[in-house]
Design a protein around this ligand. Structure first.
Ligand code: TEU
Length: 574
């Protein structure tokens, strides 16, 4: 099997990936933070759900300023999470259940606690060239006006060198100099080390920021992103990494996190002939409730725009043989259920509608821990409850801009990354069964009703619905490989699309609204119901083995009325 072979593509076309945020998943020691042994204890749960890979946020040694995205040593496991032996056991235990591990590689920057950086600031010229050190533009002024993604200047002064270093993220995350071939070699070496250990997937953090074009002032007074996003050598560097590491291992699956990228670049990143990556995370659709693109200004969701972005990527990547990672949630995003659904009256309907909508698109779906249970935003009311560096920085910055404390707290309730980082809700009991100690981040009080224990054996639960969706992807080639076409693009409530493979046709209809909405089917022919998230319909179609529902007699014709947050999946009658 070669990297651009059909077999390699089939691996990720039929896979569903589950994201574990290790700090919040399961604590086996009572320390208050999750750990690897805790994850091992929950592998049966993940096997039951049916996922194929687990993506872990970084568990390497780190001072933890950005919860592990500030890596101090890529070859060692942070003691907070356990040991290398624990990882080996995890790989073995997961493998026995047919689950593979995907590690998170943070190669845009290292922690300032990394040996490379320490040597650099101690005066070692070899390691100074690992980072981006520049002279100030004049005394006490950074080299340029670029802003850190977490607020403030992107440059930090080192007095003993009389130079500034670049940090696109926090001060403790120094950007690596990818123009230095030694850096590129070191990164490939790290990937190969983990492949040799048995890791079969990699997520590359902000990978499209690696190649910086030039270090000019941003003339628009913005953050400088046009100088380093999808930079001039980015395809060369990713291709080189591919050739020097994972590209030699066709069973290894890769995904790149792309910050503010373009469709054209994503085609190039993922078209098999480029030999770069298998798929991309893109974020345009998750900025459609940002006012003027600003995360810290609220506005109601622009639903039409959300659909436009999703289908822009879907159709271009379908046409040009690229591939998307499909997701509503991750550790940086508020919970989609609270954001795009209704966590109150239509909790279950909106959770399952959102799941249907994302899982049946063309791409590889990702489930973020707790999403399969309908977990919601944190609901914090005090700044002391937040741990996230970005949330804390922005709290001060927004207050300094003159926004009232109440308003800032309201914004954080919608936008903070901690909304998705609260501990996993396993049981209705103490600390949701996450820890026997004091959790590092407060458990959501709604764990008394929203928890795994009450859902795993309930045939009508959100968890069971996710199981059905995952099984459908495993079983149906049309979901894995079918082309995609959007439907009802201008409809203010309906997210609809068609998947086609040879003579088969699958229609997905999702109501994003609390009101009933009538939909006219795209053709006058009969459609059979495959799946629905409403019980009345599911009596006839949501059987234990969803495949059987293909042959039920529920026929849909011409017009259907979708109830609040209803999702219907139909196939064209043969
Ligand atoms: O995130 C990159 C990124 O730009 C974000 O999604 C970021 O969290 C958001 O823009 C802030 O508003 C990745 C990781 O997923 C994130 O957790 C890290 O903090 C970041 O890189 C730095 O490594």
């Amino acid at each position: 099997m070669s990297k651009d072979s059909k077999e390699h593509q089939e691996i990720f076309q039929s896979a569903v990936i589950y994201q574990v945020y290790p700090k919040s998943f399961c604590d086996s020691t009572g320390s208050g933070t999750g750990d690897i042994k805790g994850i091992i204890s929950k592998l049966d749960y993940l096997e039951n759900l049916g996922v194929n890979y687990i993506w872990f946020n970084p568990i390497f040694s780190s001072p933890g300023e950005d919860n592990g995205y500030d890596v101090a040593n890529y070859y060692s496991i942070d003691p907070m999470y356990g040991t290398m032996e624990d990882v080996e056991e995890l790989i073995k235990e997961a493998g026995q259940r047919g689950i593979y591990l995907m590690f998170d590689m943070v190669f845009n920057h290292t922690s300032t606690e990394c040996e490379w950086f320490k040597k650099a600031i101690a005066g070692d010229l070899y390691y100074q060239d690992f980072y981006i050190f520049k002279n100030g533009s004049s005394s006490n002024t950074p080299p340029n006006n670029w802003q850190s993604k977490f607020g403030g200047s992107a440059w930090e002064y080192i007095p003993q060198l009389d130079k500034y270093y670049l940090h696109l993220f926090s001060r403790g995350q120094a950007d690596l100099n990818w123009d230095n071939p030694a850096v590129r070699e070191e990164c490939a070496k790290i990937v190969n080390f983990w492949i040799a250990k048995g890791i079969k997937g990699f997520r590359f953090d902000v990978v499209n920021l690696l190649s910086k074009n030039e270090y000019s002032d941003d003339p628009y007074g913005l953050d400088g992103r046009q100088y380093y996003t999808d930079g001039k050598n980015i395809h060369k560097y990713i291709h080189e990494l591919n050739e020097a590491s994972f590209g030699q291992f066709p069973e290894v699956v890769t995904v790149g996190e792309m910050s503010s990228t373009t469709v054209e670049n994503c085609v190039k990143y993922t078209n098999p002939s480029s030999h770069e990556l298998d798929m991309v995370f893109t974020f345009h659709h998750l900025k459609t409730d940002y006012k003027d693109g600003n995360k810290w200004e609220l506005q109601p969701l622009d639903f039409i725009q959300l659909k436009k972005y999703i289908f822009q990527w879907q159709s271009a990547l379908c046409k040009e043989d690229g591939w998307n990672a499909l997701f509503w949630n991750n550790h940086d995003q508020p919970r989609s259920l609270s954001r795009f659904g209704d966590e109150g009256r239509y909790w279950k309907e909106s959770a399952t509608m959102l799941a249907t909508c994302i899982h049946l698109l063309r791409g590889t779906p990702y489930v973020y821990q707790g999403e399969e249970l309908g977990m919601t935003n944190a609901g914090f009311t005090r700044i002391e409850q937040y741990e996230d560096i970005e949330s804390r920085n922005m709290y001060d910055i927004l207050l300094n801009r003159g926004i009232s404390k109440n308003e800032v707290l309201h914004i954080l309730q919608q936008r903070s990354r901690d909304n998705s980082r609260t501990p996993m809700q396993w049981t209705p009991g103490i600390e949701a069964g996450f820890t026997s100690g004091d959790p590092w981040l407060s458990v959501n009080p709604n764990h008394v009703t929203i928890n795994a224990e009450s859902q795993v054996n309930d045939p009508s639960s959100i968890f069971t619905y996710y199981k059905h969706l995952i099984a459908l992807r495993h079983e149906m080639p049309i979901i894995q490989k079918g082309d995609i076409q959007s439907l009802y693009e201008d409809d203010p409530h309906i997210f609809g699309y068609k998947r086609c493979l040879k003579d088969d046709e699958l229609i997905v209809l999702c109501n994003f609204d609390k009101c009933e909405t009538m939909v006219k089917l795209p053709s006058h022919e009969d459609y059979e119901l495959l799946l629905s998230n409403y019980e009345a319909v599911s009596e006839s179609c949501a059987t234990e083995t969803p495949h059987e529902s293909l042959y039920t007699s529920s026929v849909i014709k011409d017009n259907v009325i979708l109830r609040p947050y209803e999702a219907l999946v139909c196939i064209k009658k043969r």
